[in-house]
Write a protein that binds this ligand. Structure first.
Ligand SMILES: Nc1ncnc2c1ncn2[C@@H]1O[C@H](COP(=O)(O)OP(=O)(O)O)[C@@H](O)[C@H]1O
Ligand SMILES: [Mg+2]
Length: 401
């Protein structure tokens, strides 16, 4: 990796500021090569760097540490397995209703990551199978990804759909006209998968939102595509059952199979859970680029600590790790320790649960460390310079029960 060159251009090219809700951004994400892990340096080598070199190296590390993964967790593998099953069996002719899925779980557990990673894999496979042009000679756009907002109305939803396709008429006309254009795009671009993220932002007490939910029902019946709805507490909010009409007898008769999927937090109450936790931490540890890193720094020494502070929530864990690395680099410590991480602040929910868990770990009532310390690492899905022990083909892990 070249550390020379302009620091600014290097940063811009590393950070990848694309929006997934428009096809350009989505295609950029799909086509982006796996990030390359910055080379490891010793303290001595760091000291020998010029100021500019050091600045660029630290920027590279900062961007790298902020974008670790997606890691192939059992949760991710399990949801992907179900999604493949659903899309692969959705080969009915256009007039038959296709199966759909929802990914329903608490915030920060990796729903969006899982859905986007699946969309990317599916996109790539469709292009590999059928080429870049659609049946009608347009651009093939196998996947549409939309993230809803709290104020999504029929008009904005259909406009967002059209905007994803860069349709010139995305901002004009009424909701029905926009829906017609969106439908044309889906058909002419051979779109097979529609991912609707943050569905929980639809407030079912608002008429606007109920209309949108109803519209999804119409779209899902209309389009020859698999719909994946992603959100928090969808079942509780009766969004899926009432809003999207999944409880309707008439709907059931259309033969649509609805598969609700969820993403569990990591747990350490069973030996299997602790093994998974350790494999995850080992995967993370191997990705860290810190000069004073040692084997077991994360996976063994910080297993309890990180569990207590994240309560097994992915977002909290990764925020801690990223900020911890930032601090380790800035302070020159170049390693993660509980003492250093104590100075890193995390989200409020995680902080609250932390006290209780720390007490349990401290009293020996609970441990996040498995009895057997295998060397099995979770697939981190990123390219690494010179670390063959991590070489990991696509492993399909059975989900833990
Ligand atoms: N498979 C994964 N590998 C690495 N980091 C992940 C993974 N899943 C989630 N994360 C971390 O957790 C954060 C939240 O994930 P996200 O997918 O946005 O969760 P959700 O959509 O459930 O709120 C991400 O920004 C990332 O840091
Ligand atoms: Mg999300």
């Amino acid at each position: 990796m070249d550390l020379g060159g302009n620091a600014i251009s290097l940063l811009v090219s590393q950070e990848r500021a694309y929006s997934l809700s428009v096809k350009e951004g989505w295609f950029q994400m799909v086509d982006a090569p796996a990030r390359e892990q910055p080379p490891a340096k010793t303290i001595k080598q760091l000291a020998a760097m010029s100021e500019g070199e050091r600045l660029r190296y630290d920027e590279l590390r900062a961007v790298w540490h902020a974008n670790l993964g997606p890691i192939q967790t059992p949760q991710l593998a399990q949801v992907h397995e179900h999604l493949w099953e659903i899309v692969d069996s959705n080969r009915q002719d256009g007039d038959k209703v296709k199966g759909s899925a929802s990914i329903d779980a608490h915030p920060g557990l990796g729903k969006t990551t899982i859905a986007v990673a699946f969309g990317r894999d599916f996109h790539r496979r469709q292009l590999e199978l059928y080429g870049e042009a659609s049946t009608s000679g347009d651009q093939r756009i196998p996947v549409v990804y939309l993230a809803l907002t709290g104020t999504t109305t029929m008009w904005t939803l259909n406009s967002m759909l059209c905007r994803f396709y860069a349709h010139p008429g995305a901002e004009s006309g009424n909701a029905t006209q926009l829906a017609g254009r969106a439908a044309d795009c889906v058909l002419s671009c051979d779109t097979k998968l529609v991912i609707i993220d943050d569905v929980h932002l639809l407030d079912m007490n608002r008429r606007d939102s109920r209309a949108v939910a109803n519209h999804f029902k119409w779209l899902a019946n209309q389009f020859p595509a698999t719909f994946v709805f992603v959100g928090v507490g969808l079942a509780d909010r009766s969004l899926l059952t009432e809003g999207l009409g999944l409880a309707d007898a008439a709907y059931a008769q259309t033969g649509r199979r609805w598969t609700p999927l969820t993403v569990a937090p990591f747990e350490v109450h069973t030996e299997g859970g602790r093994e998974t936790w350790r494999r995850l931490l080992l995967g993370i540890e191997q990705m860290l680029v810190l000069a004073n890193k040692h084997h077991g720094m994360v996976a063994d020494d910080l297993a309890d600590y990180l569990y207590a502070r994240s309560t097994g929530h992915f977002a909290s864990l990764m925020t801690l790790v990223t900020r911890g690395c930032h601090r380790a680099i800035k302070s020159g410590e170049e390693r993660l320790t509980a003492k250093l991480l104590d100075r890193v602040r995390n989200d409020a929910a995680a902080e609250q649960a932390r006290q209780e868990l720390m007490a349990a770990f401290g009293a020996g009532r609970l441990t996040a460390r498995p009895r057997a310390r295998g060397a099995k690492v979770m697939d981190t899905g990123t390219s690494r310079s010179g670390n063959s022990s991590l070489a990991s083909g696509k492993r399909r892990r059975r989900p833990r029960s």
